[in-house]
Write a protein that binds this ligand. Structure first.
Ligand code: UTP
Length: 298
């Protein structure tokens, strides 16, 4: 019997230096893809996968994320008085229920591994999902839900992966693929930001994980790795010696909204995918001679 995954961790304490000056006073997780903050996509994906407890690891300047997941009575009242029922219902739908969110602070941005470690007391001794919110997915069902289906069969640790151009492997964590189908294959190793020559495959770790709680003690022993940060991949690399890691090459596509190009592409792709605006958006770009003619095909 595998232990159910009830809790998800969202690390949102990074500095977002690739997005300055936008992220000087505003967290990058609040940048919007069409009209929804990036963090909302990750929370929606977690909820679709059955997550009940949402743990945010925040940092300086991130208070607005906490506000985003709280009720805004004045706004709700105004929407009600103005008869904007649909907008009101959407706001209410987006919120996890009362008591289902927790916030903790990473006091210094020492890296993703350190941010995850900061969630240890809130997660406790149970498996948990980890979602990097600046990775936004277009996938049906959602990527975490696809990974949960595999987890129910295999247990252990699960990592979502996608193919990347072999020339770009040095920007990502890359896994070595063992036997098994796309929906659940054995991961035999992993390496953070390898050169194209060292990379064991072109399957990159795209920001969705299901992890067993033993990762926390490994993270507490970590020193700084690639980029001078405490790396999650380094801790997973040690854990793979004693625990099973399964890769899921999910159906869908990731947009790295922590990078300018990924973020801009996501906005175009999601706008084309939205029935309420896609036609007008296409028309507007045509009028400008930008020529976005087709549908987004995923
Ligand atoms: P990134 O490396 O993409 O975030 O981390 P960053 O450091 O904010 O970005 P740049 O490179 O400076 O532009 C992936 C995720 O991990 C979180 C980030 O908030 C992001 O969601 N993170 C990263 C932390 O919570 N703490 C850290 O110390 C580093």
């Amino acid at each position: 019997m595998t232990r159910r995954v009830r809790t998800a961790v969202f690390p949102v304490a990074g500095l977002g230096t690739r997005f300055l000056p936008a992220t000087k006073a505003m967290p990058k997780e609040m940048l919007t893809v069409v009209d929804r903050p990036v963090i909302q996509y990750a929370v929606d994906e977690a909820r679709e996968a059955g997550i009940e407890h949402f743990v945010f690891v925040t940092g300086r300047n991130k208070g607005v994320i906490e506000d985003h997941f709280d009720r805004q009575y004045e706004l709700e009242q105004t929407l009600e008085i103005r008869g904007k029922t649909e907008a009101l219902l959407e706001l209410q739908r987006d919120l996890p229920s009362a008591g289902r969110t927790s916030f903790t602070r990473q006091q210094e941005p020492l890296g993703l591994g350190h941010a995850v470690w900061c969630a240890r007391e809130l997660v406790g001794d149970q498996p948990f999902a980890l979602l990097l919110p600046d990775m936004v997915f277009m996938a049906k069902p959602g990527v975490l839900k696809q990974m949960m289906a595999t987890y129910e069969e295999t247990g252990g640790n699960i990592i979502g992966v996608e193919e990347v151009d072999p020339a770009d492997v040095s920007s990502y964590g890359i896994v070595a693929r063992g036997s098994g189908p796309d929906a659940g294959f054995r991961i035999t190793g992993m390496v953070e930001k390898p050169s194209p020559q060292e990379a064991p495959s072109n399957l990159f770790i795209s920001g969705r994980y299901i992890l067993q709680p033993e990762i926390f003690s490994l993270l507490s022993e970590q020193t700084k790795g690639a980029g001078g940060e405490i790396q999650l991949t380094d801790a997973m690399q040690i854990m793979i010696r004693s625990q099973m890691f399964t890769g899921v090459k999910y159906e869908g596509k990731v947009f790295d909204c922590g990078s300018k190009i990924g973020f801009l592409t996501a906005n175009v792709a999601f706008a084309l995918d939205r029935p309420d605006i896609s036609e007008d958006f296409r028309k507007a770009t045509r009028n400008l001679g930008l020529g976005i003619d087709g549908d987004y095909l995923g």
